[in-house]
Design a protein around this ligand. Sequence first.
Ligand SMILES: [Zn+2]
Length: 230
Amino acid sequence: MAYFTLTDICSFLYLGDMTDVFWFVYILCWFFPDVKKMAQVRKESKWCENKETAYHITSPLGTITIKACNIGMHSLSQPPHLNDENFSPNKRTEVELVQEDKEFTTPPPVIKDCLYWLQVYFKNPSQVSQVPFPTICHLQSQNLSFRARVWQTLADTVGPGEVITYGALATRLRNPGAARSVGSAMSHNPVGIIVPCHRVVRSSDLGLYHGGQRQKVKLWLLKHEGVDKF
Ligand SMILES: [Zn+2]
């Protein structure tokens, strides 16, 4: 099998040194913005270099998985196979941390915060604004990407029982033409429920949730918060 070194690739592309490589990538990004976007998505899918641990929490919506490092949450997700056909919520399910190890281990503060936030949310969503907001690792940076600013603004300004359109959220970010980018930020939201992408709707209808696979989950969350117009 043939292996190519960076030098081989550079000489194949008529690139002399690393400065030329930089300009080559720069021009490539200029002509193909998707390359830049892919690099950004790749960067956003790996939040930090810290060790990530997964915790599982029972809830009325089924098991919720939270991944976090020692700084904050990386993601909150539902089972990957969940869809409108197999969604079977149970309001009476308690929100509890699943202890997988036989030996009891105390969860880190960020998981305790998430657990408490979710317990209050599922019991009485209108009270959740009085509970400390769980720390989200990728919102701790000084230089937030557009997507991260969308998530931050949504979490800060759209409370339980409220809905907002993609366009109105874009306007709130002082970028009225960016409704599509807001939609894209919603579909890449790593921290569902806590960053409430279920509250972002279209002006004409509910809008999609998880690519249209989990419309019942979106409806359930909105109804749970007292939104009945969909
Ligand atoms: Zn982290």
